[in-house]
Every structure is written in structure tokens, then in C-alpha cells.
Design a protein around this ligand. Structure first.
Ligand SMILES: Nc1nc2c(ncn2[C@@H]2O[C@H](COP(=O)(O)OP(=O)(O)OP(=O)(O)O)[C@@H](O)[C@H]2O)c(=O)[nH]1
Ligand SMILES: [Zn+2]
Length: 353
């Protein structure tokens, strides 16, 4: 219980620009201040004697070509950039945020060292993603009032904590016979919903897992296929007679809206959707489909016909105990703006198109 409270306080602190510490068993504590939110006052309190050191993710370090200095570094382990006289705050921001890569050629040299607190460092990168922040931190300063354990971060957003909050009739465009069911978990403000369409007929439901995409779902972005996929899924389920659309609050494949838009800025510079995520320091896909399995379980569904082109969704549901009796392709015609995105999904993330 106190672990959950500490993680909530840690996320809040990081987003406000306050320091925290992560204390993994067997390691000294790792004091952290998120680069993205560190204001001058917070920086001054945290760091005495110059800017740094800096903790960045392995993907970001590889992009900056800083991993070759490390003998036999574990590929997933974050990297520490040592403090140096020329490491000022704006240089730290440029090291943290890839959108400045082409505009600001970095002046080093930067010395990197392998992390001495690997468990806490990996947990810090996971916490940045949960907080929706860039995964880059000033480390080893003073002042953290919140200390958390990596295990508490791992327990955060455990799908088992999700419960059914309320339900109501909701006729929607394309499916008038529909009901919305909302789910809540105590440790997250993300409220997932299910749209139950039609009436059960004894067969496994036709199911679509739709991950939130504000730009595509609401604004009609042409950069992805989310909006048309959402509407086509509702139409297909209605035509099938019965099924369930899960609307999962996993914006940007789990990295959050702001980080997804940072990935879009990198795509404007020519990087594809996969490389953009890696350059930012995130996994290619951070979603947890156990949440979807839990929702289906709460709705009494243990076997589904799944509309997707993404084998990871099938595997994720199966791993969480939901039987996928059939994969139903869910592909829509490309447009000039999303053709490359769809090709990247086919060529680099194993989508069956
Ligand atoms: N990080 C990141 N997220 C993106 C990008 N484009 C779309 N998304 C997000 O990707 C998610 C949409 O994925 P899905 O529609 O589930 O697509 P999928 O994983 O390819 O699987 P299927 O459509 O089921 O085949 C949404 O959360 C979008 O916000 C991008 O370029 N970068
Ligand atoms: Zn989208």
C-alpha cells in the first residue's frame, strides 16, 4: 500500500520538477531530477557544482553514439553521461531531447560510464514512461523527499486492480444497439472503456482492441489509420451481430500524447515510427495487453475472435489467458500520408498486412 502511495507521489514529483530517489535492494539510492521539468530553482537545489551527471536510456545513448565507450554494456541498460565544464543546461536538454538533434550539433566530448545502480536506473526509465516524460534525468543531487523501490513501480498499473465502474446504454453512429462499460483502477486516471455492440449469440464475440489516438480518433489525422480503423471496427462488429470494442487509454503505444507528438516531430525530420520511438529512448511498443484481457474477463469473455493485423495483440491476450480462436484482419486502404507508416508496421513490427 505504501509502495503505491510512493509511486503516485514520485510521478507527481517528477512531473512538477521535484527530485525523487529510487532505492533498489543491494544498491545505493539513485537521486533523480527529470530533465524535461527541471526548472532553474529545482536545478539549483538539486545540483551543486555544475550540471550533471545525466542518466539517459540505452536507445538514446546509441543514437548519440555514446555506447561504444562502454565495455560490454548490457544493451538495455541506461547510460550515465559524466558532468563536464561544457555540460550546461541547454546542452543537457539537447542530450535528452532528440528533436534538437539536427538543429544543434552537440559539442562534447561527453564521457559516459556504465551505471553503478542498474536496477534503479532501469526503473527510472520505466517511471519516465509512466509519467509521460522524456526518459532523461539529472542524477546524484540532493533534496529528494520521496524514495521508491523498483518493485513498487512494477506493481503500478497492475491490470488486476482494474474494476468495472459503471455501464449505460450508448447508441453510436454505426451501432445503435450498444452499451458502454467503464473501468477504473485506483492508481491511474486512465479510464478504459468497452463498447458492447449487439446481443450475445453463444459464439465468441468479435473483438477489437483499439489504443487511444487523440490525433487520429478525434482530429482526423491522416498520419495513421486509427480513425478509419475505429469506425470500421464498430461497423464490422455491428454487422457481425455482436461483439466488443475495447477503447484502451494507451495513447502513442503507451508513451503518452506528448511523447507521441515528439515522435511525430522526428518523423517530420525523416525518421520512421520505429526509429522515432527508439531515438526518444522508448521501446517500440510499451502497451500492456493484460489490461484488455482483464476487461474481457470482467465482461465474462474468455474466448474471442480478434480483429487485428498485429501478432503482439494476439500473443498478449493469449499470455493473459484469453483464447484467440480466430484472427480477423483489420486493414484499411492507405492514404498518401500514412502509406509509409503502414509499410513500416508491415516491414519492421511484423504486422500481417
Ligand atoms: N509512438 C507512436 N505511437 C503511434 C504512432 N502512430 C500511431 N501511434 C499509436 O499507435 C496506437 C494505434 O495502434 P493500433 O491501432 O492498435 O495498431 P496496431 O498495433 O498496429 O495493431 P492493429 O491495428 O490491431 O493491427 C495508438 O495508441 C496510436 O496513438 C507513432 O508514430 N508513434
Ligand atoms: Zn493513430
Amino acid at each position: 500500500m505504501s509502495g503505491a502511495r510512493d509511486v503516485a507521489r514520485a510521478i507527481d514529483a517528477l512531473r512538477r520538477g521535484w527530485p525523487i530517489a529510487i532505492h533498489a535492494p543491494g544498491e545505493p539510492p539513485l537521486p533523480l531530477l527529470a530533465v524535461e521539468t527541471a526548472d532553474p530553482c529545482g536545478r539549483e537545489t538539486f545540483m551543486t557544482g555544475g550540471v550533471g551527471p545525466l542518466l539517459i536510456s540505452d536507445g538514446r545513448a546509441a543514437t548519440l553514439k555514446l555506447t561504444n565507450q562502454l565495455a560490454a554494456a548490457d544493451p538495455d541498460t541506461p547510460v550515465v553521461i559524466e558532468a563536464a565544464p561544457w555540460l550546461d543546461f541547454s546542452t543537457a536538454v539537447a542530450l535528452a531531447d532528440p528533436q534538437f538533434d539536427l538543429a544543434t550539433p552537440l559539442k562534447g566530448p561527453f564521457r559516459t560510464t556504465a551505471v553503478t545502480r542498474p536496477a534503479a536506473s532501469l526503473a527510472a526509465i520505466r517511471l519516465a514512461r509512466i509519467a509521460g516524460l522524456l526518459p532523461a534525468f539529472f542524477i546524484d543531487g540532493s533534496g529528494p523527499e520521496v524514495t521508491i523501490a523498483p518493485a513498487a513501480i512494477d506493481a503500478h498499473q497492475d491490470a488486476r486492480a482494474l474494476h468495472l465502474a459503471t455501464r449505460a446504454r450508448l447508441p453510436v453512429d454505426g451501432a445503435e444497439d450498444a452499451e458502454i462499460v467503464a473501468f477504473r483502477a485506483p492508481d491511474s486516471s486512465d479510464e478504459h472503456v468497452a463498447l458492447l455492440i449487439g446481443q450475445p449469440d453463444g459464439n465468441p464475440p468479435l473483438v477489437r482492441l483499439h489504443s487511444e489516438c487523440l490525433t487520429g480518433d478525434v482530429l482526423g489525422s491522416l498520419k495513421c489509420d486509427c480513425g478509419p480503423q475505429l469506425r470500421a471496427a464498430i461497423a464490422a462488429i455491428a454487422a457481425n451481430g455482436w461483439g466488443i470494442l475495447l477503447y484502451l487509454r494507451q495513447e502513442g503505444r503507451g508513451i503518452g500524447l506528448v511523447n507521441k507528438l515528439r515522435a511525430y516531430a522526428l518523423q517530420d525530420q525523416g525518421f520512421d515510427t520505429v526509429d522515432a520511438n527508439v531515438r526518444l529512448g522508448f521501446a517500440i511498443d510499451s502497451r500492456d495487453f493484460g489490461v484488455a484481457a482483464r476487461m474481457l474477463d470482467l465482461l465474462g469473455q474468455r474466448a474471442v475472435r480478434l480483429m487485428t493485423n498485429n501478432p503482439a495483440k494476439v500473443a498478449g491476450l493469449e499470455a493473459a489467458g484469453v483464447s484467440v480462436v480466430e484472427r480477423v484482419p483489420h486493414q484499411l486502404p492507405p492514404n498518401p500520408h500514412n502509406a509509409r507508416y503502414l509499410a513500416t508496421k508491415r516491414d519492421r513490427t511484423g504486422h500481417q498486412l
